[in-house]
Design a protein around this ligand. Structure first.
Ligand SMILES: NC(=O)c1ccc[n+]([C@@H]2O[C@H](COP(=O)([O-])OP(=O)(O)OC[C@H]3O[C@@H](n4cnc5c(N)ncnc54)[C@H](O)[C@@H]3O)[C@@H](O)[C@H]2O)c1
Length: 275
């Protein structure tokens, strides 16, 4: 089987680990052919760590022309909005990490239509949570799905939510619920924190019905996500306590591993495990 050629959008925490994994031939049937980032320093920093011949591009059109079969987006919701359509129009599969962008029904419908027209696939890794396989299995039987995310204030800092909220992260001294709303709203107000809410919504009952609570806990050293889903099938409760990535406290280490495992299963697996 010829190796799948992989292009990478975003040379940050997730993208760098994925690229280094590919570069060290740990995914047998994949090779990294191109990396792209709008921050030239991040692009060059990652390029300097790679031994292979992957091209480094700060121009998206040149990146797209570099011959990748599948493009991994590990950049930002803006990147999905800016480049998602063009990636699929070019006939490439796409793996999306900034899943919050797909909570926008208009964008999701548009991308799915282009993917169908071009016979391409959109892959969404389970990211920083577990249990997505089970949620998918019972999605027609679900009455309610709630995600409670607990992070340290430093992992929540910079979210657009704080531009209009009276809550000051610096003044929080004990575990405090700071937000409750729909997943559709949560991914706009906390775009770098609750991509898991979008993954959960896509697997389950949608971003308007999935509820999200966000708790800031100064004592927390982990990024915790807890899913409670109920319906005529019974109840699913899943809690993960994730070590934050050293380079980016907003991103759980599990999200990095999930991205690598999703790509590995696309390229290497002859057997699919889990629903
Ligand atoms: N699905 C999940 O469970 C999950 C978990 C954690 C993070 N994420 C998301 O994955 C994405 C990557 O996370 P990360 O921790 O690697 O982030 P990061 O901030 O460490 O790195 C992002 C990189 O992408 C680049 N970038 C941003 N916007 C870009 C654009 N429009 N075009 C090209 N490059 C762009 C930045 O310059 C940076 O180098 C983020 O959107 C993050 O919110 C998803």
């Amino acid at each position: 089987m010829p190796k799948k050629k992989v292009g990478l959008v975003g040379c940050g925490t997730i993208g760098s680990q994925l690229a280094i994994t590919l570069d060290s031939d740990k995914i047998a049937n994949a090779s990294l052919v191109a990396i792209f980032d709008i921050a030239v320093s991040n692009l060059q920093n990652l390029k300097s760590k790679l031994h292979g011949s992957a091209g480094a591009y700060s121009d998206f059109d040149a990146f797209l022309a570099s011959g990748a079969d599948i493009v991994v987006e590990a950049a930002s919701q803006d990147a999905v909005r800016a480049f998602g359509r063009a990636i699929l129009e070019a006939g490439k599969d796409m793996m999306v990490m900034s899943v919050g962008a797909l909570a926008d029904k208009k964008l999701l419908t548009e991308l799915l239509q282009v993917a169908a027209k071009k016979s391409c696939r959109i892959y969404v890794p389970s990211g920083a949570i577990a249990g997505i396989d089970a949620i998918r299995s019972v999605r027609h039987l679900l009455d309610s799905v709630t995600l409670t995310t607990t992070k340290s204030p430093k992992a929540l800092a910079g979210a657009p939510f704080f531009e209009t909220s009276k809550i000051k992260l610096d003044s929080i001294t004990k575990s405090t619920a700071i937000y409750e709303g729909t997943a559709a709203e949560a991914v706009r107000k906390f775009p770098a924190n609750v991509n898991v809410a979008a993954v959960l919504s896509l697997a389950g009952i949608g971003a308007d019905k999935t509820r999200v609570k966000i708790v800031a806990d100064p004592q927390s050293t982990m990024n915790q996500h807890e899913i409670v889903a109920a319906g005529s099938f019974g109840e699913i409760i899943v809690r993960v306590n994730n070590v934050p990535s050293p380079g980016n406290p907003k991103t759980s280490f599990l999200a990095v591993l999930s991205a690598i495992e999703c790509l590995r299963s696309i390229c290497d697996d002859d057997m699919r495990i889990g629903s």
